[in-house]
Design a protein around this ligand. Structure first.
Ligand SMILES: [Zn+2]
Length: 171
């Protein structure tokens, strides 16, 4: 794992803007007082405060509704067994057994852990009618949900890997 991260860092170092998402799960917890893997209390802090807690890339995507470039998240192809959570606040969002290979370039899931994991909002920007999905605890922007997913839900939660952290089963 460590070697893979080092390799990614070297590959990506030529494009300063694109920090590899793989560093997420090491950056997220330090000095972040709202991060909790157990609390479901809503998090409402200012964007200024978020800016201090998140990396520039995480802030851009999770708080400013940015979109990572497709095929840049190592989560996209990951088949590790465990739980995906909000990188900003630690709230549990998806289980690895609901992840599927959509081929769209972003980590994709067909079902969130629970109904309250996700906030759904109509997004009519960019001339498209889409449904934005946000973290149910801190409203971090995660991505969008589309109705072209596999059974049993028929849904495809198309999620920015930058907005996710991952906890391996058993850890
Ligand atoms: Zn969150």
């Amino acid at each position: 794992m460590t070697f893979a991260i080092a390799g990614l860092l070297m590959i990506c170092s030529c494009t300063a803007q694109q920090k590899p998402s793989k560093t997420n799960h090491m950056e997220e917890k330090k000095n972040n007082p709202v991060f909790s893997r157990t609390s479901s209390d809503k998090v409402e802090i200012s964007e200024e405060e978020w800016k201090k807690l998140l990396s520039p890339e995480q802030f851009y995507i999770a708080r400013q509704k940015g979109t990572e470039r497709p095929w840049t998240s190592h989560f996209e192809t990951s088949t590790e067994v465990g739980t995906y959570y909000c990188v900003a606040c630690g709230y549990t969002l998806f289980k690895s057994n609901t992840k599927f290979d959509s081929g769209c370039g972003w980590p994709s899931f067909f079902e969130p852990v629970s109904k309250k994991s996700i906030i759904y909002t109509a997004d009519n920007t960019l001339g498209m009618r889409r449904t934005e999905v946000q973290c149910g605890r801190c409203k971090a922007h995660l991505g969008h949900v589309f109705n072209d997913g596999p059974p049993p839900t028929g849904l495809r939660y198309c999620i920015n890997g930058v907005s996710l952290g991952f906890e391996k089963k058993g850890e």
